[in-house]
Design a binder for this molecule. Structure first.
Ligand SMILES: Nc1nc2c(c(=O)[nH]1)N[C@H]1C(S)=C(S)[C@@H](COP(=O)(O)OP(=O)(O)OC[C@H]3O[C@@H](n4cnc5c(=O)[nH]c(N)nc54)[C@H](O)[C@@H]3O)O[C@H]1N2
Ligand SMILES: Nc1nc2c(c(=O)[nH]1)N[C@H]1C(S)=C(S)[C@@H](COP(=O)(O)OP(=O)(O)OC[C@H]3O[C@@H](n4cnc5c(=O)[nH]c(N)nc54)[C@H](O)[C@@H]3O)O[C@H]1N2
Ligand code: SF4
Ligand SMILES: [Mo]
Length: 893
């Protein structure tokens, strides 16, 4: 089984991408990228067969140590590991003794490796004795987990990636896979081209995934249950159900159908409720009814809802009613977000799971107690993320340990979260980055290893376990997360149960627990992997669980129609459409939808430092339909003040687009206090949750939007990472420097002092001040190198908010020629300096907008393929092809 070598092609190391749940294989080799390494796709990995998207391709550029957390700190002072670990263990012990185990909580992450996750879960649920460990998967996958458990009896993804290539109809619900799972989307599209398969996208806004789709249903936000209930009723009406499968393998069909019929008696009722043309609904239903090989892929537009679990079951219902589960080319398919969203679910990292797909029944508690030889197994579920932070705010949690997640930025009603963190008596944060929105509140910060350094396993969306392997040495004294947890456990007196010497030992224990007293009632079973030798673990090839006795993985589950429920049958769950928790009203007339951009990852701690990734979109924005903008008086390119019913406020650059439906606005999730003054959506999102899964409704918050007219605008380019004192600022990575876009109500009264904090002391400074026009410019050189440039000017339309590219390019020079220096204070480049290349459209092949426009104009190119051939743009991951198409259309017009 474990024939794969960890090294292929000389010193190459096979590992897995740390970004999305596609789980692509990566080959790292000594090369010219960051830290002396280059990365490429692993052609031997079944998820990607050698391809990588823009984020995977730029991984080598994230390997530098700038901004890394390299030593433990207690109350801001660097300390040795022993001291930091003693403090953590001592405080946790004191809280347990005084307030009981439920006053301690862990908040962990799908970016931890399975081994790290297993260690944290074991410590909290087996030894500290509380259920209070929850994970950022609560914000991500909880509704799917709950939906799977209701329908299948266990958290199972029945299908696999091959199904996306062998289906005749793919339905994307609440997923922008073109940007969020680019390699999978590309696999799907390539196969569609070959088989003439159809693609339907169900999303209130037009996204890059709609490009080339056969049908886009821009449904009313939150109306998915009605649409799928209507589909169930239509399947029954048109005889498209599989009566045999329903009778032999399911329960609850009659009730689910009655519910669906009652609220969706005909297509017109669905069309009215979902605000869709009846003809589009009819076409979707007809295609679904007639196409046996149908896959329904779903993601956060489904999960992040106050009825997320019902949305999931509405989708599972139509697949069960047609018997399209676990067979080639068909099935419901949950696209997982984080690299190890699945691994966390497998170890039981959610507060309402105990361990290894076991919940809190008397039998399982006893079983896990015996397996762990644990003194104090938690006997009931702990607090789910939103409630957990509420409990922190109310003083019920006295010690909180956060690992591998940035809740001060990513949780809804983030201002409440930061207040809770500020008030919590003891906060520990394990991270690999020094300054995040969350480390700002930590009493103790612990330096963790990150991608390239850490070693263990992750599980992707199709249940495939892959190895992440280290190829870099540990920087500073950073340590693996599992080691940190084990050290604290040992200091709490449980050294024996946490005495692992390697991740291989933890993995074997995890695999053994999955098989422990498992006579087939739990599908999650890694049995044979419990006997892996260290070398086998080192060389483990990607494998899909459950792992059979012969060591082979399993591509599809429930193919025989048997499900891990007590009766062996799957359940259709009657669900009824409900509106989102808070609706728009006169005071808050627009609905804020939030989501992801192609080239950024979450709170930007890794991708935010890569210039190539920043050039696709360099500022947080608010996408708004031109008609809505006209009502609110906001203009394209100006700044808007967005205020939510939650009380949170953001300042965002306006982007007018007809892709955005009327009544709803969209903002990306990525920016936060470390990258912008007020560009984060965390404070705007609502902390209302799905009652079944506890997942917050992150896609639906009523807001009001108004123009924000600054008194001044400007920009700063600097080699340093700063938080400029200004009402509005955004920091963007560029080559050898950071670019800051700035604006404010009134210029600081001590202008000179302010400029000095941003550009540095008078020594080496050039400046011009035009007092009449209130235009000020400072430039500072250190020796021959440019250090910083700051320009400010009064507000108003058409002012300079971004530096001219030629100026930014000067930061790459070791020597600024004397003749050029006076030009640094001008808006125009010195003669002979090349014109700017503009925005990067294809981040993989590094092709700019200007290059594409030029190719279209000068060479008369007429198709995306022709542009690809001429410029190489769009020839790798293909996720920019929609944009190339738009550019082509614009240029030709
Ligand atoms: N580039 C990039 N890729 C990523 C990530 C990243 O940060 N950057 N993060 C990863 C993670 S952790 C996750 S969870 C995934 C998320 O992957 P996705 O779920 O695909 O991404 P989102 O942009 O959050 O949301 C998807 C879509 O849901 C739509 N939506 C909003 N409301 C509704 C609704 O009521 N109904 C329907 N049907 N749709 C709705 C939104 O308009 C949006 O286009 O991406 C992963 N991949
Ligand atoms: N409004 C709104 N909010 C959302 C969403 C949305 O769509 N809309 N999406 C939600 C979803 S689906 C998700 S997944 C979350 C993501 O939100 P977060 O989990 O908060 O985002 P990340 O930026 O991935 O945070 C990971 C942190 O862990 C650190 N880190 C990386 N690797 C390691 C490691 O190996 N060990 C340790 N100890 N630290 C590490 C990183 O430096 C970073 O600080 O956001 C959620 N919030
Ligand atoms: S699709 Fe891109 S981000 Fe996702 S795993 Fe593959 S290379 Fe990484
Ligand atoms: Mo996620």
């Amino acid at each position: 089984m474990n024939s794969g070598a960890s090294a292929r092609g000389g010193a190459a190391v096979r590992t897995a991408c740390p970004y999305c749940g596609t789980g692509c294989g990566v080959l790292a080799r000594p090369g010219s990228g960051g830290a002396g390494w280059s990365v490429a796709g692993d052609s031997g990995h079944p998820a990607n067969s050698g391809r990588l998207c823009s984020k995977g391709n730029t991984l080598a550029e994230t390997l530098g140590l700038e901004g890394r957390l390299l030593a433990p700190r207690v109350d801001g002072s660097k300390v040795a590991w022993d001291e930091a670990l003693d403090v953590v263990a001592g405080r946790i012990r004191a809280v347990i003794d005084e307030h009981g185990p439920d006053a301690v909580a862990f908040y962990v992450s799908g970016q931890l490796l399975t081994e790290d996750y297993y260690a944290a879960n074991k410590l909290m649920k087996g030894f500290i004795g509380s259920g209070n460990i929850d994970t950022n998967s609560r914000l991500c996958m909880a509704s799917t987990v709950a939906g799977h458990r209701r329908a299948f009896g266990e958290d199972l993804v029945p299908g696999c990636y091959d199904d996306l290539e062998s289906c005749d109809l793919a339905v994307l619900v609440g997923s922008n896979a073109a940007w969020c799972h680019p390699i999978l989307f590309q696999r799907l599209n390539r196969a569609r081209g070959e088989r003439d398969a159809r693609l339907v996208v169900i999303d209130p806004r037009r996204t890059a995934s709609c490009d080339g789709a056969d049908l886009h249903l821009a449904l009313k936000p939150g109306s998915d249950v009605l649409l799928f209930n209507g589909l169930l009723a239509d399947l029954a009406r048109t005889g498209a159900i599989n009566a045999e499968f329903i009778a032999a393998h399911t329960e609850g069909y009659a009730e689910a159908l009655a519910q669906a019929m009652a609220e969706a008696p005909d297509i017109e009722a669905v069309a009215a409720g979902c605000e869709l043309p009846a003809e589009q609904v009819a076409r979707f239903y007809q295609w679904f009814g007639r196409t046996r090989r149908t896959v329904t892929l779903f993601s956060q537009g489904v999960n992040q809802s106050s009825q997320g679990t019902d949305k999931v079951n509405a989708i599972l219902n139509v697949h069960l009613a047609t018997g399209r589960v676990g067979r080639p080319g068909m099935g419901p398919f949950s696209l997982t977000g984080q690299p190890n969203a699945m691994g966390g679910r497998e170890v039981g990292g959610l507060a309402n799971q105990l361990a290894a797909h076991m919940d809190f029944s008397a039998d399982t508690i006893d079983r896990v107690r015996r397996f762990w030889r644990a003194p104090a197994v938690a006997e009931r579920p702990g607090l789910k993320a939103v409630d957990l932070f509420r409990a922190v705010g109310e003083g019920r949690i006295k010690a909180l340990w956060i690992m591998g997640t940035n809740p001060a930025a990513s949780l809804p009603e983030a201002n409440g979260v930061t207040a809770a963190l500020a008030a919590c008596p003891f906060v520990v944060v394990s991270d690999c980055v020094e300054d995040t929105d969350t480390t700002a509140f930590a009493h103790v910060v612990l330096p963790a290893l990150t991608w390239g350094e850490k070693d263990g396993t992750v599980t992707n969306s199709e249940r495939r376990i892959s190895r992440q392997r280290a190829f870099l040495p540990a920087p500073g004294v950073a340590r693996p997360d599992w080691w940190i947890v084990a050290q604290v456990a040992a200091r709490l007196g449980w050294g024996e149960a946490f005495g692992w010497a390697s991740p291989a030992e933890i993995f074997r224990e995890h695999a053994a627990l999955s098989a422990f007293e498992n006579e087939g009632e739990r599908a999650f079973n890694l049995g044979p992997l419990a006997r892996l030798g260290d070398d086998d673990y080192r060389d483990l090839d990607p494998v899909q669980w459950p792992v059979r006795a012969d060591g082979q993985g399993t591509a599809r589950l429930a193919a025989d129609g048997r499900f891990p429920t007590p009766s062996g049958k799957a359940r259709l769950v009657g669900v009824c459409a409900k509106p989102p928790a808070r609706l728009a009203d006169k005071a808050y007339p627009l609905i804020l939808n939030t989501g992801r951009l192609r080239d950024q990852w979450h709170t930007m701690t890794r991708t935010g430092a890569v210039p190539r990734l920043a050039s696709h979109t360099n500022e947080p924005f608010l996408a708004i339909n031109p008609d809505d903008a006209a009502i609110d008086g906001v203009e394209d390119g100006a700044i808007a003040r967005v205020e939510s019913v939650s009380g949170g406020v953001a300042l965002l650059r306006v982007r007018l687009t007809a892709d955005q439906p009327r009544g709803s606005v969209f903002a990306p999730i990525h920016w936060n206090r470390s990258f912008a003054a007020a560009g984060g959506v965390g404070p705007l999102a609502l902390a209302v949750t799905c009652p079944v899964s506890g997942q917050p409704e992150l896609k639906h918050a009523p807001v009001r939007v108004a123009p924000w007219r600054p008194g001044w605008n400007g920009f700063l380019v600097s080699r340093r990472r700063l938080s400029p004192c200004a009402d509005y600022w955004v920091r963007t990575a560029a080559d050898h420097c950071w670019v800051y876009s700035l604006a404010g109500a009134a210029l600081p009264t001590d202008l000179e002092g302010w400029a000095e904090t941003l550009v540095g002391p008078a020594d080496g400074r050039l400046e011009v001040h035009d007092a009449r026009r209130a235009v000020h410019r400072w430039v500072r050189l250190a020796g021959n190198r440019l250090e910083a440039a700051l320009y400010v000017a009064p507000g108003g339309p058409n002012v300079l908010t971004a530096p001219p590219p030629w100026l930014v390019e000067r930061f790459a020079l070791e020597l600024i020629p004397d003749a050029e220096r006076p030009w640094l204070l001008c808006e125009r480049p010195a003669s002979g300096v090349a014109a700017p290349a503009g925005r990067t459209v294809c981040a993989c092949m590094n092709v700019s907008e200007a290059a594409i426009v030029e190719a279209v104009r000068n060479r008369g190119l007429a198709s995306v393929d022709a542009i690809a051939k001429a410029t190489r743009a769009g020839t790798n991951c293909g996720s920019c092809r929609a944009e190339i198409g738009d550019l082509l259309a614009q240029t030709r017009k």
